[in-house]
Design a protein around this ligand. Structure first.
Ligand code: GDP
Length: 140
């Protein structure tokens, strides 16, 4: 299995509850290394572009409002099979369906305010990392 990179966001519901360190601990315990990290306030333009694939979904407006409602922490994670490893430790989108020990089971408030984002493919990871990071900001 190859070393891979993935893109992660700690969402506003989590930063608001001061959970950045707690979530990072779960990520690191899963064997992933945080090789890029920055705390930002997303603009509407950034959030609309980032979630462009969901533009036609009924929850799109709510999602953009939420993602711009407070600080987020954008991250680049690296590890063996990182995309899947991170999706596994995040848990299901809906926290009611998330497995025990996953970040969403531990911390998510609802299907919308679900604490974390993780890329769903290597191709999307690459695009998402490039939306928020320059190579110089990623130190593996
Ligand atoms: P993910 O890959 O597990 O994050 O899930 P999706 O790609 O399906 O959805 C992206 C994000 O949209 C989710 O993480 C939620 O924050 C949000 N979302 C998904 N479904 C719903 C919904 O039914 N209602 C609301 N308000 N937000 C949703």
């Amino acid at each position: 299995m190859a070393t891979q990179r993935t893109f992660s966001i700690i969402k506003p519901d989590a930063t608001e509850r001061n959970l950045t360190g707690a979530i990072n601990a779960v990520i690191e315990k899963a064997g992933l290394r945080i090789i890029g990290q920055r705390r930002i306030k997303m603009t509407r333009e950034q959030a609309e572009r980032f979630y462009g694939v969901h533009k036609e979904r009924p929850f799109f407006g709510e999602l953009v409002d939420f993602m711009t409602s407070g600080p987020v922490v954008v991250q680049v994670l690296e590890g063996e099979n990182a995309v899947k490893a991170h999706r596994d430790v995040m848990g299901a989108t809906n926290p009611e369906e998330a497995a025990d020990g996953t970040i969403r089971k531990l911390y998510a408030k609802s299907i919308g305010e679900n604490s974390v984002h993780g890329s769903d493919s290597e191709e999307n990871a690459d695009l998402e990392i490039r939306q928020f990071f320059s190579e110089a900001e990623i130190v593996g």
